[in-house]
Design a protein around this ligand. Structure first.
Ligand SMILES: [Zn+2]
Ligand SMILES: [Zn+2]
Length: 185
């Protein structure tokens, strides 16, 4: 499928330093996967089926939706400074879609191409209307999709197994339990 990219989206920012970006790709080892046991069922009521859990994603305004299958164990947190900027918050949570399973169902995301530390061109897809971050893939070879977990309906079942770029993590993220917690505002 040929995907049109949104206007003014096909450029890379200048002046981004090397060695501070992630590829938002799963980097854990297979041993890490084997050593972990999904505990997501308790939270979501949905039972992840082995390595293939169906997920449904959509942006805030609802213009864009997609589906894919994921291995819930390939959920990660990235603390890199690019993810902090691109999300406007402290860190990003991403799950890798199983290859060949991503399907765009509605809408047309815009794409911002970020140059990774390795020189890889990473296409960051977002909704041109509401700005929700949706997914990332290699700009030249869109094979592996990293799905932004906040836009996934089944997100409660996607529990991160690894944190990367922790050297740029904001210190307070190490201990959220110490921060006062309210049910609503
Ligand atoms: Zn939207
Ligand atoms: Zn990152």
């Amino acid at each position: 499928m040929t995907r049109k990219w949104g206007p003014a989206a096909m450029f890379a920012p200048k002046g981004i330093g090397l060695n501070r970006q992630c590829n938002n790709a799963w980097q854990g080892s297979s041993e890490q996967l084997a050593a972990t046991t999904p505990s997501a069922t308790r939270l979501s009521g949905r039972r992840p089926q082995g390595n293939f859990m169906q997920v449904h994603g959509s942006c805030h305004c609802g213009d864009i939706s997609y589906e894919a299958t994921v291995d819930p164990r390939k959920t990660s947190i990235c603390h890199c400074s690019d993810c902090q900027k691109l999300t406007g918050t402290a860190y990003r949570v991403t799950v890798q879609a199983n290859e060949g399973t991503f399907r765009l169902l509605a809408g047309q995301p815009s794409v911002y191409v970020k140059i990774g530390g390795s020189g890889a061109r990473r296409a960051q897809a977002f909704c041109p209307n509401c700005g929700s971050s949706l997914y990332v893939h290699d700009a030249d070879e869109p094979r592996i999709y990293g799905l932004r977990v906040g836009c996934i309906e089944e997100r409660a079942a996607l529990i991160p197994r690894i944190q990367v770029w922790s050297r740029s993590a904001l210190g307070w993220t190490e201990n959220l339990a110490d921060i006062e917690r309210r049910e609503t505002t």
